[in-house]
Design a protein around this ligand. Structure first.
Ligand SMILES: Cc1ncc(COP(=O)(O)O)c(C=O)c1O
Length: 391
């Protein structure tokens, strides 16, 4: 698959019926049939082959969403891939599918903040208990396992702090204890990491980011193995989380160039990481320095790195860090990432969901950079000119 991956993305989903290189956008609430017999025939097909794209109502999808599901299942090497209107919808669906009142889940401490809010605060009201583990000390994970633990939820690398974890070890701990696993793989995408192959039961990607790549669409994917398929299918049915065909089309179109864009994000980010690594007052949160635990864990599991990184800037003057961010000319300021353009954000981690294991000194300030597809020399020159503001 890895050799033909790039070629597959260019050649898949041609539509010889309509003679268009890309498949059409099929919009439908009613799926129309010529007779009742045809409806029954199709429903029987759906029963026999539930992943085969046999629909009798628009909420289940149309050929446009089915094509995207097929492409993603091939990339993920998964049994099936569910689609949701946002990436966070897929996070929710993964947890909702396999937990019930009285259960417990264990979640990586540096998860995306809405995932933390969902697990820590919201699920508590449904009598589902969450504990958080230290991504660099899996004893804290093992210690939290009880007879009630149903799911280990990983995000790799951790949001904002970019902690890389020993994914193989997490999977083996989970399997030994008969616990299901889910991973948010938005940073790496299955282009750089294939979680289902690694043994995870569920793999989440926010399609809003690199899949679409153009900062103009939202979507999510939840790839699953056969073991959890029925449970996720049931939850998918009762929640009505559906990706619209227009968004599915844009995501499919974005996927055509996923490899080209991610290769370039990686090259650009590597150059900028090299530049930033020379500063004494900056700690790079990106797999770059070979002697670090994060680098080793990245190297062990990933075939590449994407364009999102953090920098910890040491200074007593927080305002000067904000001034540095504001004075970048080629980096926009805004949430989300994964598009073609560079972005910079000052992240106040101390305010964002209280992490259990975060070690950020009081004179350290976090900036998140998304390295886009611009000329990296221009980006370096831009960072250089703005650095003079850091006092
Ligand atoms: C790691 C990660 N997972 C999930 C999401 C949620 O994706 P969406 O914005 O598509 O809901 C985000 C969004 O920033 C994210 O950074």
């Amino acid at each position: 698959m890895s050799n033909s991956f790039k070629t597959f993305l260019k050649h898949t989903a041609k539509d010889f019926h309509n003679q268009s290189v890309n498949p059409p956008i099929v919009r439908a609430s009613t799926i129309i049939f010529k007779s009742m017999q045809d409806i029954r025939k199709m429903q029987n097909k759906a029963k026999k082959n539930p992943t085969g794209g046999h629909f009798d109502y628009g909420r289940q999808g149309t050929s446009t969403t089915h094509i995207l599901q097929q492409i993603l299942s091939k990339l993920e090497e998964s049994y099936h891939t569910f689609l949701t209107p946002t990436g966070f919808g897929s996070v929710f669906l993964s947890i909702f599918s396999v937990t019930r009142p009285g259960d417990e889940i264990i979640v990586a401490d540096p998860v995306y903040n809405p995932t933390r809010l969902l697990s820590q605060d919201f699920l508590k009201e449904f009598n589902i208990k969450t504990t958080f583990y230290d991504p660099h000390n899996l004893k804290t994970l093992e210690k939290s396992i009880t007879k009630k633990t149903k799911l280990i939820f990983v995000e790799n690398p951790g949001s904002n702090t970019f902690d890389f974890q020993d994914l193989g070890k997490i999977v083996s701990i989970a399997k030994k204890n008969k616990i299901l696993t889910a991973i948010d793989n938005t940073w790496g995408t299955p282009y750089f990491l294939k979680p289902i192959k690694l043994g995870f039961d569920m793999s989440i990607v926010s399609a809003t980011k690199y899949y679409s790549g153009h900062s103009d669409v939202m979507g999510g994917s939840l790839a699953v193995n056969k073991k959890v398929f029925n449970r996720v299918q049931m939850a998918d049915r009762v929640t009505g989380l559906r990706l619209g065909p227009d968004d599915a089309y844009l995501i499919t179109r974005g996927l055509r160039t996923l490899d080209v864009r991610l290769d370039r994000h990686r090259e650009n980010a590597k150059k900028i990481a090299g530049f930033l690594s020379k500063f004494k007052n900056i700690k790079l949160l990106y797999p770059f320095k070979k002697d670090s635990y994060n680098f080793r864990m990245w190297k062990k599991y990933y075939s590449g790195a994407s364009g999102l990184m953090g920098i910890r800037i040491k200074t007593k003057n927080e305002k000067s860090v904000i001034k540095f961010v504001n004075n970048l000319k080629l980096f926009g300021h805004g949430y989300s990432w994964g598009g073609f353009e560079s972005l910079a954000l000052h992240q106040n981690l101390r305010e964002q969901g209280k992490r259990s294991y975060l070690k950020l000194d009081k004179d350290e300030h976090l900036v998140r950079l998304h390295i886009g597809l611009e000329d990296p020399d221009d980006l370096i020159a831009d960072i250089k000119q703005s650095m003079k503001h850091i006092k």
